[in-house]
Design a binder for this molecule. Sequence first.
Ligand code: GDP
Length: 445
Amino acid sequence: MGKSTLFNRICGSRRAIVTSVPGTTRDLLNQDVEWLGTNFELVDTGGLFGASADPLHNEVTSLGLQALSSATVIVQVVDGTDGLVPADEEVASHARRVGSPIVVVVNKIDKSEARTRENDFHQLGIAPVVSIAAEHGLGVGDLLDAVVEKLPGRKARDPRVATELDRQGTSEIRVAIIGRPNVGKSSLVNLLTQEERVLVNAEAGTTRDSVDVRLVWHGRQFRLVDTAGIRRPGRVHRSGPVESVSVVMARRAVSEADVAVLVVDAAQPIARQDAVIAGEAERAGCGIVLAANKWDLVKDQGADFYRVFDTELRDAIKFADFAPVMHISALTGERTPKLIEKIFDVAQAREMHIGTGELNRFIDRATKRHPPANLGRREVKIKYVTQVATRPPTFVFFTNIATRFHFSYERFLRNQIRSEFQFEGTPIRLRVRTGRHKSHESKRG
Ligand code: GDP
């Protein structure tokens, strides 16, 4: 059922003997494993239960039972293509008697039989149930997340919101403050840090040096990069027309950033430059928050102003329709605390990883309602999907034949994923591959 394959997959080595004959893994194999800063020892029990003519079987079984009784966390691997079988119930009841937390792992989820049967395993009454394809390395990260989660001293939480930020607790969120000259970038940085470390000047395009400012907000660390002050680089050519200083500055800042705050001046019409600068952030895969600054100047213009302004802003920056809009004033400080909260939320969404099982169940449902267009006379089928990366969230769709979808179908899939799993403010990348080549899930982080 794939325990040894999984073991090897986790250890990155070929220590266990993997053959197609059941019960050929004889030794108990122990291996120290580190996953995202947590160390634990992995024990492969060999074949545990069931009858066998193998003279070593009883010995292996008793060693396996010993290992089981001393385990801090038990991982029960079941074969998804077989569905729930009596032997699974037997293993589960042994495991339950030990009293340690159990994780059920449904293997071979790359096969459609396994996908239709994976829900059956909830009947074991054990949570969580994690789906993987050990041979392809799919979902192994989810499994390790679930194991680490069950180790003593860890608080339980929804695996859907597992993020790097949570795990590390202390990681710094890098924030690029970008926008045209004079929209209030430096004022905003100053206000947020309550320090006069950044020079504010009402004159557009004054030359200063770039400043990184550290900010701690409710125990969360941010590093703000104010692009207003970076020295004017002279005329910059890039494939033709001269680009504005703000665009060049933004490009530099976003390449290092987790979240870009595009500051626009609410008292001015939205300009093409605003969109060009936002485009730099989107291309870099940053999270984006749109900050409509100087709201103190326009807030008396009536209730309708919000709607008109937001519509104009959205129309100008259609490609970043996922970005939340915040109406702020760097002068009065209105809603700037909310802005920081929002930056944090977006940074978290950008680091979120969705488990392979849950993702495939959702995509199966969504694509049933609205399947991809056929390629000529051949029907395009999505075989499975997996999130291969975070920052930004990146999903690979494996299909039978198609290597790309129509852009409107990609948009549909992106929107579905975004709203179901609440990927607020972050770009989502999709890739489409045929399932012929084996893919390996990359270790995140
Ligand atoms: P930057 O070039 O984008 O860094 O813009 P600055 O921070 O230098 O601000 C440009 C001008 O706009 C200055 O005169 C600021 O005092 C003013 N300003 C910045 N934020 C606000 C705001 O929220 N409300 C108002 N009324 N003025 C602002």
